[in-house]
Write a protein that binds this ligand. Structure first.
Ligand SMILES: NC(=O)c1ccc[n+]([C@@H]2O[C@H](COP(=O)([O-])OP(=O)(O)OC[C@H]3O[C@@H](n4cnc5c(N)ncnc54)[C@H](O)[C@@H]3O)[C@@H](O)[C@H]2O)c1
Length: 285
C-alpha cells in the first residue's frame, strides 16, 4: 500500500535539507508536489530533481511568515492540482543565544518562522485537506520540542509550541471525525544547512557553531530522515522521533522527568567548552 501515489503533497522550506529530501522521496513514491521556499536557487534545484523523477511539480516563492500570501497560495495549489492531501510544514531556522543577551526581534523572528509558519500553513490548508477526504498535516518540531537546553530558549519555545499545537490538532480532527491525520516530527541532528543558516546572538562564533554541529551532532542524512518521516505518515503515527539520538534523548527525558535539566547542566559544565561552542553544538536540533 502506498499513501503517496497520486496524492498532492505541499512541502514548505523545500529548497534545502529535510524539505528537499521529503520532496524527492514523495516524488519517488508517486506524489504530485507543491514546493515552496524563500531560497529561490535551492527551490529551483529541488524543482529540477523532481522533474527528473517525472513528478508533476508547482514551485513557488513563499515566506511562511506572510499569512495573507500563505492563504492565497493554498487556494492556488488547490486550483492547480484540483485537491490537496498533505502539507509538510517544514520551513524553519536555527537560533543560538542565551535569554539574557538575545534580542527581542530575534526571538520573535524564530517564533514567526518556526511556530507561526506552521500555524499559517495548517490553517491555510486545513479546509482543503478536509475537503479532500484523505488529508494529513505533518508538522516539523524537533527533539528541542521535547526538552530544553541553555542557549536554545527561542528555538525551544517555538518547537514546544509546534508540538502542543500539533497534538491538539490531532485530537480535534479525531473528535470531529474529520478525514485528516496529524503527525508531529521530532528530528535529532540531521545533516543539513540549518546551523549555517541560523541566527546567532552577538558574541557567538557562527563558524565554530556550524562546524561543531556538522562534525559532532548531525548524524542522520536528510534522505534517511525523509524516509523515516514518510514511513510514520504512512502508518499514521502521532509522533515520529527521527534518528537514534532523538530516540535516546526522548528516553532520557521520559525517565528523568525534570531531572534532565540538572543532568544536562552538569554535563555541560564538565565538558569544559566555552558557552558559545556549547550552544552551537546544541544550536539547531
Ligand atoms: N537539521 C536538524 O538537525 C534539525 C533537527 C530538528 C528539527 N529540524 C527542523 O527541520 C526543519 C527543516 O530544517 P533543515 O534542517 O532541513 O534546515 P535547512 O536550513 O537545510 O532548510 C530549511 C529551509 O527552510 C527555508 N526557510 C527558512 N525560513 C523560511 C521562511 N520564512 N519561509 C519559507 N522558507 C523558509 C530555508 O530557506 C531552507 O531552504 C526545520 O523546521 C528545522 O527546525 C532540523
Amino acid at each position: 500500500m502506498n499513501s503517496f501515489a497520486g496524492k498532492v503533497a505541499v512541502v514548505t522550506g523545500a529548497g534545502s535539507g529535510i524539505g528537499q529530501a521529503l520532496a524527492v522521496e514523495l516524488a519517488r513514491a508517486g506524489a504530485k508536489l507543491a514546493i515552496s521556499d524563500v531560497d529561490i536557487d535551492g527551490l529551483a534545484d529541488t524543482e529540477r530533481r523532481l522533474k527528473a523523477i517525472g513528478a508533476p511539480v508547482k514551485a513557488d516563492h513563499l515566506d511562511v511568515t506572510e499569512r495573507e500570501a500563505f492563504l492565497a497560495y493554498a487556494d492556488e495549489v488547490k486550483e492547480h492540482f484540483g485537491a490537496v492531501n498533505q502539507i509538510y510544514n517544514n520551513a524553519g531556522i536555527g537560533y543560538a543565544g542565551d535569554i539574557q543577551v538575545a534580542r527581542f526581534k530575534d526571538i520573535e523572528r524564530v517564533m514567526d518562522v518556526n511556530f507561526w509558519g506552521v500555524v499559517n500553513g495548517t490553517k491555510a490548508f486545513l479546509p482543503h485537506l478536509i475537503a479532500s477526504g484523505d488529508g494529513h498535516v505533518i508538522n516539523v518540531s524537533s527533539v528541542f520540542g521535547l526538552f530544553s537546553l541553555p542557549g536554545q530558549a527561542a528555538y525551544n519555545s517555538a518547537k514546544f509550541a509546534v508540538r502542543g499545537f500539533t497534538e491538539a490538532l490531532r485530537q480535534e480532527m479525531m473528535l470531529a471525525e474529520h478525514p485528516v491525520k496529524v503527525t508531529a516530527v521530532h528530528p535529532g541532528g540531521i545533516k543539513t544547512a540549518i546551523a549555517r543558516n541560523a541566527i546567532m546572538a552577538d558574541g557567538i562564533d557562527a563558524d565554530e557553531v556550524a562546524a561543531n554541529f556538522d562534525k559532532q551532532f548531525a548524524r542522520t542524512s536528510p534522505q534517511r530522515a525523509a524516509q523515516l518521516i514518510l514511513n510514520a505518515v504512512h502508518k499514521d503515527k502521532a509522533r515520529v522521533l527521527v534518528g537514534p539520538d532523538a530516540k535516546l534523548l526522548d528516553l532520557v527525558v521520559r525517565v528523568t522527568g525534570s531531572g534532565y535539566q540538572r543532568m544536562f547542566t552538569s554535563f555541560l559544565k564538565l565538558s569544559a567548552r566555552k558557552p558559545a561552542a556549547l550552544h552551537g553544538t546544541a544550536g539547531t536540533g
